[in-house]
Design a protein around this ligand. Structure first.
Ligand code: SF4
Ligand code: SF4
Length: 431
């Protein structure tokens, strides 16, 4: 079988061996969960409960307030203890509904749907609060409501970030559910073809999916183990050779990309009526005493999860997500959300704590950039405060994958420079 890929990219050390053999295990929350009303891109949900209200796991506690917004559900049964502003992983504060867990785990479900029509599937995605679980957290019903005809649905099972194995375990252990979810997504989009892409380092998950996919007319493809193989534009190119032009979306070239966990969440919402309040999270890193893949209820604090996995004495830094695109955490207090795929507990040796030095013009950053950008140019111009001139190097096309920074011998903060250039240009244009 031919293994497909995109141009450029990098090969960071995988480190998946730390958690890849750990089957998904449930972690039940502690005495309280703090469920954020903003777990998605778009307008925060509006609380529909008050202090003292009784809720069950799956009770609606926050209603979507705009087209781009998502419903939020309680993840435990118990009593609403508070509505309070708390910090999320990024440090920004948002409203949380704090629920005292009664440890009974009584459940409230939506009606189960049998053989739903396209519109019913989209409505269910909205009702169940499903968002993109690969990190973007874009409301899934909006993604499914495409205007242009969709040729090919691509399911991203590449999980190219080092350390992370949550999608791998899901595809391996719950392959039938993932495939059923893909079938529903395909129907909602009216797509002619559906292809599940899995990186070559997950051959057993690929085989498991293939067993069910073939009978449903769903294709499976192996893609090269390379970073950022799971980037939307990179995956589309690898599988279809179509290029998404600058400023356009995958839908403009007839493709829609979603990830395997999102398809699985849709399956659970349609077939079992289960809203999205639980997900698989990888806890890994050399400072995790018992790394693994855990089924975690939203609103559980990362600190609680870290304690469950065990924090070794040489722990120095926590990251939510992978080491390439994840967010460095200054506290473990924030809650796990619908899009939290991983918590990394890292030691000094795993962090590149080297001070940046001047650029030596080696061009390595440009040679690996999957978007064919010249990150050293943007970085140099940002240093000189020449924002306007960065425009010719198109920072707006940067997908913030971190490949450039990964290979830079001078440890230049290249992603931050691209991000800053984007922000400054946008601010100027708005003015
Ligand atoms: S410039 Fe952006 S897209 Fe290119 S390698 Fe760096 S982070 Fe990735
Ligand atoms: S990789 Fe680093 S040192 Fe080399 S050109 Fe790019 S920014 Fe400069």
């Amino acid at each position: 079988m031919k293994i497909k890929t995109f141009r450029y990219g990098v090969h960071p050390e995988e480190r998946k061996e730390l958690s890849k053999n750990a089957p998904i295990a449930a972690v039940l929350p502690g005495e309280r969960v703090a469920v954020p009303m903003s777990q998605h891109i778009g307008a925060p949900a509006e609380p529909v409960v008050n202090v003292g209200d009784r809720v069950k796991a799956g009770s609606l506690i926050g209603r979507a307030t705009a087209i781009v917004s998502a419903n939020v559900f309680s993840s435990v049964s118990g009593t609403v203890a508070a509505l309070e502003m708390k910090e999320g992983v990024s440090g920004a504060k948002c409203l949380h509904v704090v629920i005292e867990n009664d440890f009974k785990y009584e459940e409230e479900r939506l009606a189960m749907l049998t053989d739903p029509e396209r519109e019913e599937i989209i409505a269910r995605a909205r009702e169940a609060g499903i968002v993109g679980m690969g990190g973007a957290a874009f409301p899934f019903d909006v993604k499914l409501s495409v205007k242009n005809p969709v040729d090919i649905l691509l399911i991203n099972g590449s999980e190219c970030e080092p350390y992370i194995t949550c999608d791998y375990r899901l595809m391996l252990e719950r392959a039938e559910g993932v495939v059923s979810g893909v079938k529903l997504v395909r129907k909602a989009l009216g797509a002619k073809r559906a292809v599940i892409a899995v990186e070559a380092n997950k051959r057993d998950a690929f085989d498991a999916l293939q067993r069910y996919a073939a009978a449903e007319g769903i294709e499976t493809a192996l893609v090269k183990t390379k970073y950022p193989q799971g980037g939307e534009k990179q995956l589309i190119y690898a599988l279809t050779k179509r290029k998404v032009p600058a400023g356009k979306l995958p839908g403009d070239v007839g493709c829609i990309v979603t990830n395997a966990a999102t398809a699985y969440a849709l399956y659970e919402a349609v077939v079992f009526g289960k809203p999205l309040y639980e997900r698989v999270v990888t806890v890994s890193g050399l400072a995790a005493a018992r790394p693994g893949n855990f089924s975690v209820r939203t609103g559980t604090s990362f600190g609680y999860l870290a304690k469950h996995a065990g924090i070794a004495s040489d722990f120095v830094k926590a990251v939510q997500g992978g080491p390439m695109m994840g967010v460095s955490m200054h506290s473990l207090e924030p809650s796990v959300t619908k899009s939290s795929g991983a918590l990394l507990l890292l030691t000094e040796g795993e962090i590149r704590a080297v001070e940046p030095t001047p650029c030596i013009n080696c061009a390595r950053c440009a040679n690996v950039c999957p978007m064919s950008l010249m990150p050293m140019k943007t970085d140099a111009l940002i240093l000189k405060d020449k924002t306007e001139e960065t425009k010719k190097y198109h920072p707006e096309l940067c997908i913030e994958c971190g490949s450039c920074a990964y290979v830079c011998p001078a440890k230049r903060p290249l992603v931050q420079s691209q991000r800053l250039a984007k922000k400054l240009i946008l601010n100027r244009e708005r003015r």
